[in-house]
Design a protein around this ligand. Structure first.
Ligand SMILES: [Ca+2]
Length: 418
C-alpha cells in the first residue's frame, strides 16, 4: 500500500518545486519530507530558479478609485513632464534572447524586436510605496487572504489530496538556508512553507519590514503587482519592454553592464556556496535597499539581481519559437505583448503562468544565473516569493490617459496548447 505521503509526492511529481511553491510547500508539509521532490528542471544551463512560491487565492478586494498622480502636472504647452521616480526608456530595436553558454532553451531563438519608448520606475517598488497603496485602498494581498482550496487545486494534478486544515492558512514560502551543503536538485531543502508570511512579514511572523522602507516589496503576487500598478496609473512591463530596458542600450551582451561576469560590486546576488554559505561580499544576505548598486545605461537600478520582477506577459517556454515561426526568420517583431496562453513545464497544471525577470539575491552561477537580462522565469499569478517583487512602466501616452491594452503580434496570438 502506498503511503499518503508517497501518494502526495507522486501526485505532485512534475510540478514546480522551483517556482510554483504553494503546492510544493503544501506537499512537503503534508508529506513531512524535504528530500523527495522531483527534479527541478531539465533544461540545460541555468535552468533552476532558486525560487519558491506561496499561497494562492483570487483577487477579492476592489480598488479605491482615487489613485495618486503618477506624473507631475502637464506643462501648459502640453509636453509631458518626467513622472516622479521614473526614467524615460527610448524606443528602439534589440536582439531579444540569448545564446550565451548560460542561456536556457527558453531564451531562444534570438530575434529582433522593436519597442516603443516608455517610462519605467527607476527602482523596484519599495515597501514604503506599497504601504502607501495598501493604506489608501485597504487592499489585502494574496498571501494574506484565506486559502481557497478549490482555487488551489486547479493548479495541481488531478487527484491531489486536500491537505489538513492547519496547512490551509494564509502564508508564503520562506527562504530557510540549510546548515550544511545540500544537493541542488531539491529546492524544498531551502524553502519552507510558513503560515503568516506575507509582504509585511516576508520572512514569516517573526520578521518585519519596519525600518526597511527602501527595500523592495516582496511576497506579492502578480495579481498584487497589477493592482498596485493600476492604482498608481501604471502597468507592468511587457517582457520585451523589460528586457530592452534591462539591457540599457547594450545589444547582444550577456549582462546589463556588458559581457564582464557578475561581481559583488555590480549586483545583489549570492556569493559563496548556495544555499548554505553566503559570504555577503556584496554586503547583503537578502534584499538590499533599492538603488545600492550601479544603474544600467538607462539609469535603472537593480535590473540584475536584488529581487525578481513580475512582467505582464503570460509565459510560454516556446514563446520565441512561435513568434519567429509566425513572423518568419529575420523579421522585426514590434511591441510583442506575450502569448495568450501559457505553457510552463515547471507548472504544467497551472492554467496561467506569468513571467518574471532579473534574478535575485539568491542567484549564484552554481545554481541560477538569472541575473542576466535574457533569463526568463515564471510562476502562476497567485504565487508569492520572498525574493520576487516588481516595478511599473507606462507609455508617454499612458502618462496622460492611463494604461492602454496591448495588441498582440503574430505567433503570440495563437490560442491553446500544442
Ligand atoms: Ca531586480
Amino acid at each position: 500500500m502506498i503511503s499518503r505521503a508517497r501518494k502526495s509526492r507522486r501526485a505532485l511529481r512534475g510540478t514546480a518545486w522551483a517556482v510554483g511553491g504553494w503546492e510544493a510547500a503544501c506537499a512537503a508539509v503534508l508529506a513531512g519530507t524535504v528530500g523527495a521532490g522531483p527534479a527541478v528542471n531539465d533544461v540545460p544551463g541555468s535552468g533552476r530558479s532558486c525560487c519558491g512560491g506561496a499561497s494562492a487565492a483570487m483577487l477579492r478586494v476592489g480598488l479605491a478609485p482615487t489613485p495618486p498622480a503618477a506624473t507631475s502636472p502637464s506643462a501648459s504647452d502640453g509636453t509631458s513632464i518626467k513622472p516622479r521616480g521614473m526614467v524615460w526608456i527610448p524606443g528602439g530595436e534589440f536582439s531579444m534572447g540569448s545564446t550565451d553558454r548560460l542561456a536556457r532553451a527558453d531564451e531562444g531563438p534570438v530575434h529582433r524586436v522593436r519597442v516603443d519608448g516608455f517610462w519605467m520606475d527607476a527602482t523596484e517598488v519599495t515597501n514604503a510605496q506599497f504601504r502607501a497603496f495598501v493604506e489608501a485602498t485597504g487592499y489585502v494581498t494574496t498571501a494574506e487572504r484565506p486559502v481557497d482550496w478549490e482555487e488551489i487545486k486547479k493548479q495541481l494534478p488531478s487527484g491531489t489530496p486536500k491537505p489538513p486544515d492547519e496547512v490551509l492558512k494564509p502564508g508564503a514560502v520562506v527562504f530557510t538556508p540549510p546548515a550544511r551543503p545540500v544537493p541542488l536538485d531539491n529546492p524544498s531543502a531551502w524553502w519552507t512553507w510558513t503560515a503568516g508570511a506575507n509582504w509585511r512579514h516576508p520572512g514569516g511572523p517573526g520578521t518585519t519590514i519596519e525600518g526597511r522602507d527602501q527595500e523592495p516589496v516582496v511576497q506579492v503576487s502578480w495579481d498584487d503587482a497589477v493592482a498596485y500598478c493600476r492604482w498608481a496609473g501604471k502597468r507592468l512591463p511587457t517582457e520585451a519592454e523589460w528586457e530592452f530596458a534591462a539591457r540599457g542600450g547594450l545589444d547582444r551582451k550577456v549582462n546589463v553592464w556588458g559581457d564582464e561576469p557578475v561581481s559583488p560590486e555590480r549586483a545583489n546576488t549570492w556569493q559563496g556556496r548556495f544555499p548554505d554559505a553566503n559570504t555577503r561580499q556584496d554586503g547583503y544576505a537578502g534584499a538590499a535597499p533599492v538603488g545600492r548598486f550601479p544603474p544600467n545605461g538607462y539609469g535603472l537600478y537593480d535590473m540584475a539581481g536584488n529581487v525578481w520582477e513580475w512582467c505582464a506577459d503570460a509565459y510560454r517556454d516556446d514563446a520565441y519559437a512561435r513568434r519567429v515561426g509566425a513572423a518568419g526568420p529575420g523579421v522585426l517583431i514590434v511591441n510583442p505583448a506575450g502569448p495568450e496562453s501559457s505553457r510552463d513545464p515547471r507548472n504544467p497544471d497551472a492554467p496561467v503562468s506569468r513571467v518574471h525577470r532579473g534574478g535575485s539575491y539568491l542567484c549564484n552561477d552554481s545554481y541560477c544565473a538569472s541575473y542576466r537580462p535574457s533569463a526568463r522565469m515564471a510562476a502562476p499569478p497567485d504565487n508569492t516569493m520572498q525574493h520576487l517583487g516588481f516595478r511599473c512602466v507606462m507609455s508617454d501616452r499612458e502618462s496622460r490617459t492611463g494604461p492602454v491594452a496591448p495588441s498582440r503580434v503574430p505567433g503570440d496570438e495563437q490560442k491553446g496548447k500544442p
